[in-house]
Design a protein around this ligand. Sequence first.
Ligand SMILES: NC(=O)c1ccc[n+]([C@@H]2O[C@H](COP(=O)([O-])OP(=O)(O)OC[C@H]3O[C@@H](n4cnc5c(N)ncnc54)[C@H](OP(=O)(O)O)[C@@H]3O)[C@@H](O)[C@H]2O)c1
Length: 308
Amino acid sequence: MLALVADRSSDIRLSHREVPDPEPRHDEVLVEQRATSLNRGELRRLATREEGTIPGWDVAGVVARAAESGGPREGARVVGLVNEGAWAERVAVPVDAVAELPDDVSFSDASTLPVAGITAYRTLACGGFLIGRRVLITGASGGVGRLAIQLAHRAGALVIAVAGSEQRAEGLRELGADEVTIGFEADGPELDLILESVGGDSLATALRRVAEGGTVVTFGNSSGEEVRLDASEFYGRAPGARVYAFMVFNEIRREASGSSDLRALAEMVAAGELKTEVSLEAGWREPAEAVKALLDRKVAGKAVLTFE
Ligand SMILES: NC(=O)c1ccc[n+]([C@@H]2O[C@H](COP(=O)([O-])OP(=O)(O)OC[C@H]3O[C@@H](n4cnc5c(N)ncnc54)[C@H](OP(=O)(O)O)[C@@H]3O)[C@@H](O)[C@H]2O)c1
């Protein structure tokens, strides 16, 4: 089969190569890929990934071979999540990280749900009961951010979205943000839950704005910057506040929630309650433009590669 493999000699650190088909274990389905979405984290990791290995986390396609242990039957339309290997024509996916898709959810839409959707869903869950709570989302114009705004609004929170510019902020109110700010200021009302993915000064600001007993979920470092923190200012001002380190793969393993989270998200999309915000779609044989656009912060939401 054909796959995109890590290749540091290419300007996007990826090239196509013929590789052996995956050999699914008894508890894995073999999926023929129809769409995958790009995530900032997997693109950044290309810098250190072993040459010739297949990256890719998000799976949306058709089951070519069912698992011996059960799960979706052959021919089922599914969405799934893998640790690596999704940027290929066929992928072996554990049955506990796959869900059948409602008929009216496209593969392109479905491919945004595994990493970005589950991250939005589960980071919000770290805040517990959200009705009336002040929830701030950094990196709100991106893939996770646009899904998190909608899910937080739907959960009854007062949602504050932080974007980098007026242009990047476009459309965020329509998704459910009650307030949109350009940049994250240290002065302002205290916040019950902060979904923080920019790192550096943004994470330091989050620690200055979190309320007593509130939660900062740190799950990204898009800026690549280090954080400077006055620890006594933090614990003295906001006793009981906590910082939660979030990793999507660990989270779904611990909660055994991969399939159920994907099912819940896909049903919200089917019901018109969640927009996937795919703003760039390209064929997987020509991924360069989509990869560069995402890294250059030119994608408003998700970039998807389709397998024609
Ligand atoms: N821990 C986990 O399990 C997990 C899961 C999913 C994602 N993540 C991480 O969470 C972050 C968000 O993911 P995503 O898929 O939503 O990424 P994305 O689509 O690229 O969005 C990131 C957003 O961050 C903002 N940003 C601010 N400063 C930035 C900078 N210096 N460089 C790049 N972006 C900057 C950008 O918004 P403006 O242009 O408006 O400033 C951009 O829209 C990424 O760092 C990703 O690696 C982690």
